[in-house]
Write a protein that binds this ligand. Structure first.
Ligand code: MTE
Length: 309
């Protein structure tokens, strides 16, 4: 597996011009000229897919990924996060880690990320609303952090909380959701190597509308499990409260694994609309566990997935 250290930016792996223009390179008439300009370096960068967990699918552009978002702290329209998130202060940033751990505490963002191995993980991302993207995250495995803080044997779940700061988050001045936004995973899901804490996209630090400075990414679950702008991680004995599950338990289960065979009560989950410019936008079948069944199906062996949806 290709890995790079924190002091080596993802840009050293994939030159910015290459990913900004990747779509043009692949499809555009100008592609040949551009490919010539970028030469061998760009190709080498694009070939250096850095993790065996990455999909070979073409990533969405940074524009797609940063202009079409769900982040209700900034409003409910897809364009609200891009419009309002710039006001969010993300430095300094602390994440409190507490509950059933050896080393509870309030950790500075820099302490959380220093010394960790950052990887590029190109993952499929499937929203419960039946749209999808392919996103080149940069991050590290949540299991690395759990190992560092030491999980006590009684712990069975991991709970997450997003920042509450209504002065900077206009959506939090409304009651559209119960704040803070919360999420949770079973401990074995949290420890799975596909589960990451992401701190960047392409070679940018995490854009604010995508959950700066640190967010969860669980690629086999519907996107709402991937909680943004995390300020608390708690190890618990009991299943933690999760925002959408509390709001509508018949629509959003605790597990919320991507499953084309279990429809949302109000729409089908059998297919999805891949976000992407113009002609590249297409409808495609949704895959069990979002295409990660080989890696994660064993976590749910023997469970009735229509009941534990
Ligand atoms: N996290 C917080 N704190 N608030 C949110 O509203 N929306 C979720 C998830 N995490 C959300 C959140 C939903 S519904 C989706 S689909 C993804 O973030 C969207 O992530 P993206 O905007 O980076 O694509």
């Amino acid at each position: 597996m290709f890995r790079f250290k924190t002091n080596l930016k993802p840009s050293d792996v994939t030159p910015k011009a290459a990913w900004l223009n990747r779509r043009a390179l692949m499809t555009g008439a100008g592609g040949a000229a551009l490919a010539g300009m970028l030469g061998g370096t760009a190709r080498a960068g694009l070939d250096a897919v850095p993790s065996r967990y990455s999909t070979a699918a073409e990533p969405n552009s940074l524009d797609d990924i940063t202009q079409y978002n769900n982040f209700y702290e900034f409003g409910t329209r897809k364009t609200d996060p891009a419009r309002h998130a710039h006001a969010l202060t993300t430095d300094p940033w602390q994440v409190t880690i507490d509950g059933l751990v050896d080393k509870p505490g309030a950790y500075d963002f820099d302490d959380l990320t220093s010394g960790v191995t950052l990887e590029q993980r190109i993952y499929r991302f499937r929203c419960v609303e039946a749209w999808s993207m392919v996103i080149p995250w940069v991050g590290f495995q949540l299991s690395d952090l759990l190992d560092r803080v030491g999980v006590l044997p009684e712990a069975r779940y991991v709970a997450f909380e997003t920042l509450v700061r209504p002065e900077e988050m206009p959506g939090q001045r409304t009651r559209i959701l119960d704040w803070p936004y919360t999420e949770g995973l079973r401990l074995d899901e949290a420890r799975h190597p596909l589960t990451i804490l992401a701190t960047g996209i392409y070679d940018e630090p995490m854009p604010k509308q995508n959950g700066a400075p640190i967010r969860l990414v669980v690629p086999w679950k519907y996107g709402f499990k991937s909680i943004k702008s995390i300020v608390r991680i708690s190890l618990t004995r009991d299943e933690p409260p999760c925002t959408w599950n509390l709001l509508a338990p018949n629509e959003y289960g605790f597990y919320s694994n991507v499953n084309p065979n279990v429809d949302h009560p109000r729409w089908s989950q059998a297919s999805e609309r891949r976000i992407g410019g113009g002609l590249l936008s297409s409808r495609q079948p949704t895959l069990m566990f979002n295409g990660y069944a080989d890696e994660v199906a064993h976590l749910y062996a023997g469970m009735d997935l229509t009941k534990h949806f």
